[in-house]
Design a protein around this ligand. Structure first.
Ligand SMILES: [Ca+2]
Length: 95
């Protein structure tokens, strides 16, 4: 039997994989792949901002190590942040 949490983890992996593989590089999302993923899977996130610069900044912000791609860990940081925001919780700043 698969639990709901296990199914959720599989879905997160599948979602990342679906968009990451579009350009042939399976382990990372390019900027355009990130944009497509956000538009299709989190439509509210981008539609709230009509300002292209805000959208670009959001996508750039996901690329924490600034290598020009969003890897699975960077994607999961977005998912974790959104999950916390959904609960109305802001992660504590670590010293
Ligand atoms: Ca990166």
């Amino acid at each position: 039997m698969t639990t709901k949490l296990q199914a959720s983890i599989c879905l997160l992996n599948d979602t990342f994989q679906t968009y990451a593989k579009e350009d042939g590089k399976q382990d990372t999302l390019s900027k355009s792949e990130v944009k497509k993923l956000l538009q299709q899977e989190l439509p509210g996130l981008l539609s709230e901002s009509k300002d292209q610069k805000v959208v670009d900044d959001l996508i750039s912000g996901l690329d924490i190590d600034k290598d020009g791609e969003v890897d699975f860990i960077e994607f999961m940081i977005l998912v974790a942040s959104l999950s916390c925001a959904y609960r109305g919780q802001v992660p504590k700043k670590r010293e």
